[in-house]
Design a protein around this ligand. Structure first.
Ligand SMILES: *Cc1c(COP(=O)(O)O)cnc(C)c1O
Length: 383
């Protein structure tokens, strides 16, 4: 089976992890801070906070931004459920903004319209989670202007997008957001097994996220309510969690980062070949905005029509032919858990129509030209 995504593990990666196993610190040593610094430097952000998953990073990002009961969090329905669940963890209410069919990203027109309505109804969101779908940045300049106008905090869910660029700057520099979050799950661009990381330029947000990552406990005298009792002393000043990344994971991440540019270059090369082969066919690849260099976590095409039966046939036959085609994503608001909260089919029609046309084809750095030709021929033969 040709997988839709696959991690690349080198001997250098293995050696890095083994050397941590032979060291004195399996957690809370120097690997995690080094990894945080390396990601922050790469992305030109001031602070990095590594955690055990992007889901955890989204949660502590929301907590640090003060999201709570009575607040609203908005996100894209075309994402993994974690982009919305992070708001529910904080007791906030969720709403979605429909997408742009051409990119799969949040529609800035729909966002602008929905904000006008929300202001009238006194339901403006406190936090907007934008998702850089498939590795391509959302239109952050427009989104930032709207967020400033309505006083909304922005989290970039860049789980797909480390190594991508927007207006020639690295995604993650937080120029247009409060916090950016990455995932290091093995299907993503670089991996730590499981893992995530939050970037910010704001020292206060960084400090809060560090607290929430580790029990809300601090050994920093400047944060304590009274003088330290001595060198063993710590205080709990927030209700935090244990979302720490291990040293093993961070060592793997440090080693993987060395090949990030290589990975994204290869992914772009593979995507360009798909694009070329689908030219003048009834298959429509997602479009890349001229402001963007995609990290190409996913290669998604749209079938010629929104048809449940065609969609099902294409994915089923491809899988039967050894090609692990996938679908990203089932619109979050159509999930039973969200339907129970009052969302209905038809609420975000573009994302629903997109869902019935979207096919994710295999894309990872080790995919060969022969495999690609096989995938392209198979897909085109089904239309
Ligand atoms: C993978 C993913 C997540 C969750 O990442 P984990 O590291 O598995 O928690 C969140 N958002 C998006 C868009 C993702 O693709």
């Amino acid at each position: 089976m040709i997988p839709y995504g696959k991690q690349q593990i080198s001997q250098q990666d293995i050696d890095a992890v083994v050397s941590v196993l032979n060291s004195s610190h399996l957690t809370q040593g120097q690997q995690v801070p080094t990894f945080e610094e390396k990601v922050a430097n790469y992305c030109q952000a001031n602070f990095g906070i590594a955690v055990n998953s992007a889901t955890s990073a989204l949660h502590i990002a929301c907590l640090a931004l003060g999201l709570g009961k009575g607040d609203w969090l908005w996100t894209s329905p075309n994402s993994f459920v974690a982009s919305a669940n992070c708001g529910l963890y904080c007791g906030a209410r969720i709403d979605f903004v429909d997408i742009d069919l051409k990119t799969g990203n949040i529609s800035v027109d729909a966002l602008a319209e929905q904000l006008v309505l929300a202001q009238k109804n006194n339901r403006l969101p406190k936090v907007l989670v934008v998702v850089h779908f498939a590795g391509q940045s959302c239109e952050m300049n427009v989104i930032k202007k709207l967020a400033d106008q309505y006083d909304i905090s922005i989290i970039e869910d860049a789980s797909h997008a480390i190594g991508g660029r927007y207006q020639d700057n690295p995604i993650g520099n937080c120029q247009y957001s409060d916090i950016t979050v990455f995932s290091f799950h093995p299907v993503k661009i670089v991996t730590t097994g499981e893992g995530g990381l939050a970037l910010t330029n704001c020292p206060k947000l960084a400090e809060k996220m560090r607290l929430f990552r580790s029990h809300g406990v601090t050994a920093d005298a400047a944060l304590m309510t009274e003088a330290s009792h001595g060198p063993w002393y710590y205080q709990q000043i927030e209700l935090g969690l244990n979302y720490r990344m291990t040293e093993l994971q961070a060592a793997l991440g440090i080693s993987q980062l060395d090949r990030l540019n290589e990975f994204t270059a290869k992914r772009n090369q593979i995507a360009a070949y798909y694009d070329e082969c689908f030219k003048d066919t009834s298959i429509t690849p997602l479009q890349i905005h001229s402001d963007c260099y995609s990290a190409y976590h996913l290669y998604v095409v749209l079938l010629p029509e929104a048809s449940k039966s065609l969609h099902n046939k294409v994915i089923t036959v491809l899988r039967g032919s050894g090609i692990f085609a996938h679908v990203h994503y089932i619109p979050i608001h159509t999930q039973p858990y969200y339907q129970k909260m009052g969302f209905n089919e038809g609420d975000f029609p573009v994302s629903e129509s997109y869902y019935q046309r979207a096919v994710t084809l295999p894309l990872h750095p080790a995919l060969t030209r022969e495999q690609q030709d096989y995938i392209i021929d198979k897909l085109l033969s089904l239309l």
